[in-house]
Write a protein that binds this ligand. Structure first.
Ligand SMILES: [Zn+2]
Length: 257
């Protein structure tokens, strides 16, 4: 972390300038030079402090040479190294899931063979760079959310902009775009976990009951008779519509409970 932060500093001319000012200021202070000189350097110091507090991330550009799936691409950098990038804070459907292939095509159409800007935020456990990718100024992560080809990966999306991304996802959901054409899609992280046995057990538990069933992953609820009433994740029971709404669930757009 520290190492990458330092690398970024070196690649950040503004910071170099700020550091130069900081040096001058320290020298001026040590030599007890006049305060006017010190004041001249102060704005740069504040800039430096502000940049450090917001956290500088490592940014680079490169050409996209491969698209593994909707949220994973490989970039060839200027120094001819290939960097595999997992798009930060989002999760596209797996290939075997609905819209998995479409998500991949969408990303490929958008970035393949093109020059992209990568703002590296993190590294995942596979050593891949996790970042926000832009092509011609357009944020690819956001575009995937906007078009309904990705979920906000809530577990890993920790930046302040993630709440905006959540709104973007909800707009796609409201418009039934992409994967949201299914009112009860399975989140890719749950799909990967594939805990079918547990779900089946839960399903038999709810079959016998309540007037409304809530989907634990999408937080949509259905009334009896809806074709999604006994969906895979519809494992929560509500006796009344109000109870479902109070629990943070929203009515299904199809059965309109
Ligand atoms: Zn429904």
């Amino acid at each position: 972390m520290i190492a990458s932060w330092r690398t970024c500093i070196l690649e950040f001319p503004l910071l170099e300038v700020a550091f130069a000012h900081f040096d001058r200021l320290t020298q001026a202070w040590l030599k007890k030079e006049n305060s006017a000189l010190m004041i001249r350097h102060l704005p740069a110091i504040f800039l430096l402090l502000w940049i450090s507090s917001t956290g500088v991330s490592h940014a680079f550009t490169g050409k996209v040479v491969s698209v593994a799936d909707g949220d994973t691409i490989t970039v060839l950098t200027k120094d001819k190294s290939q960097v595999k990038i997992r798009l930060y804070g989002i999760d596209c459907p797996e290939k075997a899931q609905a819209f998995g292939t479409k998500a991949k095509q969408f990303t490929a159409n958008l970035v393949f063979g093109k020059q992209v800007d990568v703002e590296a935020i993190d590294q995942d456990r596979y050593g891949r760079t996790v970042g926000v990718v832009s092509v011609q100024g357009a944020n690819v992560n956001e575009m995937l959310l906007k078009t309904g080809y990705a979920w906000v990966y809530t577990r890993y999306c920790r930046k302040s902009f993630c709440s905006t991304w959540q709104d973007t996802q909800e707009a796609a959901q409201a418009g039934s775009l992409g994967l949201w054409s299914d009112p009860n899609p399975t989140p890719p992280w749950e799909y990967r976990r594939g805990s079918k046995a547990g779900t089946k057990k839960q399903q038999t538990q709810v079959k016998s009951s309540g007037a409304y069933h809530g989907n634990t992953s999408s937080h949509v609820f259905h009334r009896q008779g809806c074709r999604y009433f006994n969906c895979k994740n519809c494992t929560v029971n509500f006796q009344t519509r109000e109870a479902a709404i109070n629990a943070g669930y929203r009515p299904c757009g199809i059965c309109k409970p």
